[in-house]
Design a protein around this ligand. Structure first.
Ligand code: PLP
Length: 398
């Protein structure tokens, strides 16, 4: 019998072919092969997962056999109850852990199951450019069109509310808001959130709030909560991550809070793709929330604030090469480099190969990020110093 020729490429799904490779993955795996390279690329907090979490989970692993088994699909009931109580307290309305909360494998899964439950072929989702890189491919994978609202470095990456309004069309299904922002460190205040709530209420679309860095606003700042707007309660979705607040990126724990109608659908995707978030990680998240000692309330926050000053000082010393806006939250700086003839991929690759420092090319965060590179200051102070010593020496060769 004649053999049919086999072309794997032809058989691959268009849905997946139309999204590109993750720039973060590419930079991290390429950088991994460069001996001695220092990463200021992926947002990994250098601090260890706090001892009380590591000790707590170790004890539980010894005595609780349920840890090694599937949990209920939506997550441990006691963890969902705490999440529901937290949201209920913040928003001053009741939240049902069974109808509104799913524990996920990180905020990234919460985003993925939400976006794939909402965005259909031909739909539009509004994103800010620059933004967190996975938003665009997640929307495109679902068949949607990302509508990008440009932010300007010259304007401190602040949202232009007129441009946001102009991006809304009858096809708008959702707006994704990351506050504080990765990659710019920009923080939206009441004026912006008022406008977002008013637009969502008027035009009837979902607001997906990525609150991965809500805990990390500097200078005693606090961001107002979108939970305070009753007019968008039926369309507000929150994606939360345990990764950053508790230095537990590898555990893969997060949660989704959503109105019942959305959660019902998102749970279907979660069930079929994940079954449940890793159970040991759910217990670790439970320990993180319930056993937190109060003797070091500022720990990670104070450490990040110091590192923010450090990286800003080091960038200031390189004023001939970089300009930037000081972040008000999160732990990233999207710095503009003063070399107009080189694109951000080439610039990041040269920095990797010649200075042995890994950063993310700004264009990975959207076209407004072109001409920039993203630095994460999750790394230790020593690593930040060493990386910038290398960049200073390299800058002289450019
Ligand atoms: C803005 C933002 N959202 C979501 C995530 C994903 O977080 P998780 O580790 O919980 O999946 C990250 C990780 O860097 C992030 O920066």
């Amino acid at each position: 019998m004649a053999k049919t020729s086999f072309d794997a490429q032809k058989l691959l799904a268009k849905r997946v072919l139309r999204i590109g490779d993750s720039a973060i993955r590419k930079m991290m795996t390429t950088g991994h092969k460069v001996a001695g390279a220092i990463s200021l690329a992926q947002g990994i907090p250098d601090a260890k997962t706090p001892l009380y979490i590591r000790e707590g989970i170790t004890e539980l692993l010894k005595e609780n056999d349920k840890i090694g088994k599937y949990s209920l699909g939506p997550g441990l009931p006691e963890l969902r109850q705490i999440v529901a109580d937290t949201i209920s307290k913040k928003g001053n309305f009741s939240v049902d852990p069974d109808k509104n909360v799913c524990i996920t494998a990180g905020a990234i899964e919460a985003l993925a199951i939400t976006i794939s439950s909402i965005v259909d072929e031909g739909d539009e989702a509004i994103l800010f450019d620059p933004g967190y890189p996975p938003y665009i491919p997640q929307v495109v994978f679902s068949g949607g069109t990302p509508v990008l609202v440009p932010l300007q470095a010259e304007n401190g990456w602040k949202i232009d509310l007129k441009k946001l309004q102009a991006a809304v069309t009858p096809k708008t299904k959702a707006l994704i808001v990351c506050n504080p922002s990765n990659p710019t460190g920009m923080v939206m205040g009441k004026e912006e959130l008022d406008a977002i709530a008013a637009l969502a209420a008027e035009h009837g679309f979902f607001v997906i709030a990525d609150l991965t860095y809500e805990f990390l606003v500097y200078d005693k700042g606090k961001i107002p909560t979108l939970l305070a707007y009753p007019e968008i309660r039926d369309r507000l979705i929150i994606c939360y991550s345990f990764s950053k607040e508790f230095s537990m990126t590898g555990w893969r724990a997060g949660y989704l809070y959503a109105p019942e109608k959305v959660l019902e659908q998102a749970l279907k995707v979660h069930d079929e793709f994940l079954l449940c978030a890793p159970t040991p990680s759910q217990y670790a998240a439970l320990v993180a929330l319930t056993k937190k000692p109060n003797d070091d309330p500022e720990g990670l926050h104070a450490e990040m604030a110091t590192k923010r000053e450090l990286i800003c000082e080091r960038l200031d010393r390189l004023g001939d090469l970089f300009s930037y806006t000081k972040p008000r939250g999160a732990y990233y700086i999207l710095a503009k480099y003063k070399k107009p003839d080189i694109d951000s991929w080439a610039f990041a690759m040269r920095m990797l190969n010649e200075a042995k420092v890994i950063v993310i090319p700004g264009v990975a965060c959207g076209s407004q990020g072109e001409g920039h590179v993203r630095f994460s200051y999750g790394a230790s102070k020593e690593k930040i110093h060493e990386a910038f010593d290398r960049i200073e020496a390299w800058a002289k060769t450019l």
